[in-house]
Ligand binder design. Structure first.
Ligand code: ZN
Length: 244
């Protein structure tokens, strides 16, 4: 199966539409969403409805959980909290119910799927170092674990000699490293933070073993205009054109 993995859409409709159009050219069998459909952006209802229709599997993110009061926002920064309060007020009932029903983890074929970390997924820890990645390899059994949450696309390999290292290219073939396992962060559709302003997502073909990231340009000024109209924090608006 050839699958597209998207994550961290954050209510950015223009970015989601651009990514779905790009996925349309990639001849995938299914689309999987690793969570954070809402929070930060101005189109939570539209994004929840599209993801619900287009994705065959969808996980809960911490912003989704906070928007439906499954998670307290005391650990969120002021900007994120303001956006969550706005999102909670704006979400329609059907979409709130939809988010409430999303799972923390899932498995499909050779993959483990989780928004934050396979270790205690409901604690919303971040994987920001090789040490943290190495620790998390002990907490899933499959060949590949796909995550989101940090908004930074990364591929970490645990090779057959138990060495853990970051794979620096934006693509690899899993079959080139027999006995290896992989922890892949698919980046963010709606708020990339690796200083590249384009949306990011990943494609994985388990028949060929091929994985690669795709970067997709979207109409950033349009998203920013919609956020300003909704009076979302200016910091969240400007960071989109800086990719941070
Ligand atoms: Zn996120």
């Amino acid at each position: 199966m050839r699958r597209a993995f998207i994550s961290d859409i954050h209510a950015n409709l223009a970015a989601l539409e651009a990514v779905l159009e790009d996925i349309g050219k990639e001849a995938v069998d299914e689309i999987i969403c690793l969570g954070d459909i809402v929070g930060y952006g101005a189109e939570p209802n539209e994004c929840a409805e599209i993801v619900g229709k287009r994705c065959s599997m969808v996980l809960l993110g911490n912003h989704d959980a906070a928007a439906v009061k499954l998670l307290d926002t005391h650990l969120f920064n002021n900007y994120a909290r303001a956006a969550i309060d706005w999102t909670s007020r704006t979400l329609r009932k059907a979409n709130r119910t939809y988010l409430l029903g999303l799972p923390l983890t899932a498995a499909t074929g050779p993959f483990t799927l989780v928004h934050a970390t396979p270790y205690e997924p409901g604690m919303w820890y971040y994987i920001t170092s090789l040490e943290e990645a190495a620790f998390n390899f002990h907490h899933f059994d499959t060949e590949v674990c796909l995550v989101g949450h940090t908004h930074i696309p990364t591929i970490v390999v645990l090779d057959a000699n138990k060495e853990v290292y970051a794979h620096s290219a934006g693509h690899l073939n899993l079959r080139d490293s027999p006995g290896a396992r992989f922890l892949i962060n698919v980046g963010s559709v709606g708020q990339p933070r690796d200083r590249i302003v384009k949306s990011c997502y990943g494609i994985l073909d388990d028949a060929t073993g091929e994985f690669f990231f795709r970067r997709v340009a979207y109409d950033i000024p349009l998203t920013q205009a919609r956020m300003r109209k909704a009076k979302l924090p200016e910091f969240l608006v400007t960071r989109l054109s800086e990719g941070r």
